[in-house]
Design a protein around this ligand. Structure first.
Ligand SMILES: NC(=O)c1ccc[n+]([C@@H]2O[C@H](COP(=O)([O-])OP(=O)(O)OC[C@H]3O[C@@H](n4cnc5c(N)ncnc54)[C@H](O)[C@@H]3O)[C@@H](O)[C@H]2O)c1
Length: 266
């Protein structure tokens, strides 16, 4: 008796994958992981130097990668990213679709409590961490719907699951990401689109924690933040993102997967 042969569920050959924040940390590891599995990768980041480095690294392996540089909270950058993803032909003939969108780019807040959040911090956090993923998803969606398939994966956060993992603005934005994830999942579930999120706990990246330990936010949160545990490698988050985007997760839709070593279980 032989065991049934498993389909190559994490083979992305011939597929186009857009990864935002792909110049650093979780996005960088995710872009490399998709490329390793055969995908053509759009490396989208604000930082031109790091986007170029990741793109070159993928190209050195013989895979296709295209850098798109700009602030993804700007609609014109979003439109340019989508046009680039659809236009450029890979050597294997892939073009014209976006199979996977990873909405990962994000910034940290200063851990401010509600009373201390300035208008500027609130608007910046919501704009980059929630509106930008919305703008890009809205722009990509018609192409996925035309193709009748597509997977969207968001990088949420532990702060999407609880009120004690970050400041008010970051927490609100990441809870918003969960809402967006689920709204997409339920609305387009019969049209071949899946939408899921990872909720990373502490992860070793270049994200900047701009915290004043004397401020009310960190003081109030401190007692609850003790169970963070060992920070994860960015590759650990990437593996979960790739899984959620893959055919192995074909019946997973609207899920928010904690990748936090058990922090959210405490
Ligand atoms: N590192 C953690 O502990 C942790 C925990 C939970 C969630 N997250 C989330 O993971 C995601 C990735 O963060 P990371 O930790 O890898 O940080 P990182 O700083 O290492 O990488 C983020 C990347 O996003 C890019 N970026 C930021 N704003 C952008 C914009 N407006 N347009 C285009 N690119 C932009 C940055 O240039 C950077 O390359 C974020 O959404 C973050 O909120 C991180």
């Amino acid at each position: 008796m032989t065991l049934p042969t498993a389909p190559p569920a994490q083979d992305f050959t011939g597929r186009t994958v857009v990864v935002t924040g792909a110049g650093s940390g979780i996005g960088r590891a995710t872009a490399l992981a998709f490329a390793e599995r055969g995908a053509r990768v759009l490396v989208a980041d604000l930082n031109a130097e790091s986007a170029a480095e990741v793109t070159a690294r993928i190209q050195e392996t013989g895979r296709t990668a295209v850098a798109v540089v700009g602030d993804l909270s700007d609609q014109t950058v979003v439109d340019r990213l989508v046009a680039t993803a659809l236009a450029a032909d890979g050597p294997d003939g892939t073009s014209g679709t976006i199979d996977v969108l990873v909405n990962n780019a994000g910034i940290m807040d200063s851990m401010s409590a509600v009373a201390d959040v300035t208008d500027a911090e609130w608007e910046r956090l919501l704009r980059i961490n929630l509106t930008a993923p919305f703008l890009l998803t809205r722009a990509v969606l018609p192409h996925m719907l035309d193709a009748g398939r597509g997977a969207v994966v968001f990088t949420a956060s532990e702060a999407a699951l609880r009120g004690s993992a970050a400041g008010a603005a970051y927490t609100a934005a990441k809870h918003g990401i969960v809402g967006l994830t689920k709204s997409l999942a339920v609305t387009y579930r019969h049209r071949g689109i899946r939408s899921n999120a990872v909720a990373p706990g502490g992860t070793i990246t270049n994200i900047r924690l701009d915290i004043d330990p004397e401020a009310a936010g960190p003081q109030a949160l401190g007692a609850y933040m003790g169970n963070v545990g060992q920070p994860a490698e960015a590759e650990t988050q990437a593996a979960a993102i790739v899984f959620l985007a893959s055919d192995a997760a074909r019946n997973i839709n609207g899920a928010v997967l904690p990748v936090d070593g058990g922090w959210s279980a405490v």
